[in-house]
Design a protein around this ligand. Sequence first.
Ligand SMILES: [Mn+2]
Length: 206
Amino acid sequence: MHLITIASGPYVNWIPSLIENRNNYCNKHGYTWQITSDVLPGVHAAFAKIGAILDAFKAGHEQVFWIDADAAITNFEFNIKGLAQAPFVVSRCRTHPICTGVFIAQDHPVIIDFLERMWAEREVHQRPPWEQGVIIRRWNEIAHHAIILEKRKLNSSSRDWQFGDFIYHAIGTRNPNRKWRQLRRWLQPRGISPASSSSQSSRAPC
Ligand SMILES: [Mn+2]
C-alpha cells in the first residue's frame, strides 16, 4: 500500500503536520507514502491526484491509498488494507453519491484505463467538483470493480466523526484556513496529530 497526498498552494503550510500524520501511520503498518507539492500548471490540486496515482502505478505500486491534504488519519491502529477488497474503494458522502477525498485504487486494467482517460481530458475538468464529478458521472464504467463503503468506515467529517474513526476530513468549506481550524479544533483536544502551531494557521491565506 502506497499513501499519497498532494499539498500544494496554501496547503504547503500543512506539510510538516501531514508528514507526521502520514509517516506515523505508514511506519506502523509498513506502508510507503509520498506528499507531493508539484502540480502541472493549469491543473487543480484536486484533479492532480489522478496523475499522481497513475505515476505511482507506473512506479510499481499496486495499491494506492489516496488522502486529501484536508484529511487526517485519526486511528493509527486501523489497517486500511482490510478495506482494499476491490480495485476501487471509496465511501459515501453526505451530499454526493461518493466522496473522492479518500479512496483506495488498485493497479487493475479497468481502473488504470478509467484514470488514464480522465487524465487525458484534464484540461476540461478544471472546475468544481473536479475529479469527483467526473468519477460520479462515469461511475458505471467502474461499478463492477468498485465498492462504496458507509461513510464513517473511510471518510468521517465534522458532521459525523467519532473517536475511533479512521479519518477526519475537513469539509464544508473550501477555505484552507477554516479547514485547518476545523482540524485543530477537533483533533487537538483529543491528542491526535496533526496538531498545528498557531504560526502555521496564521500563514495560511484566507
Ligand atoms: Mn478534501
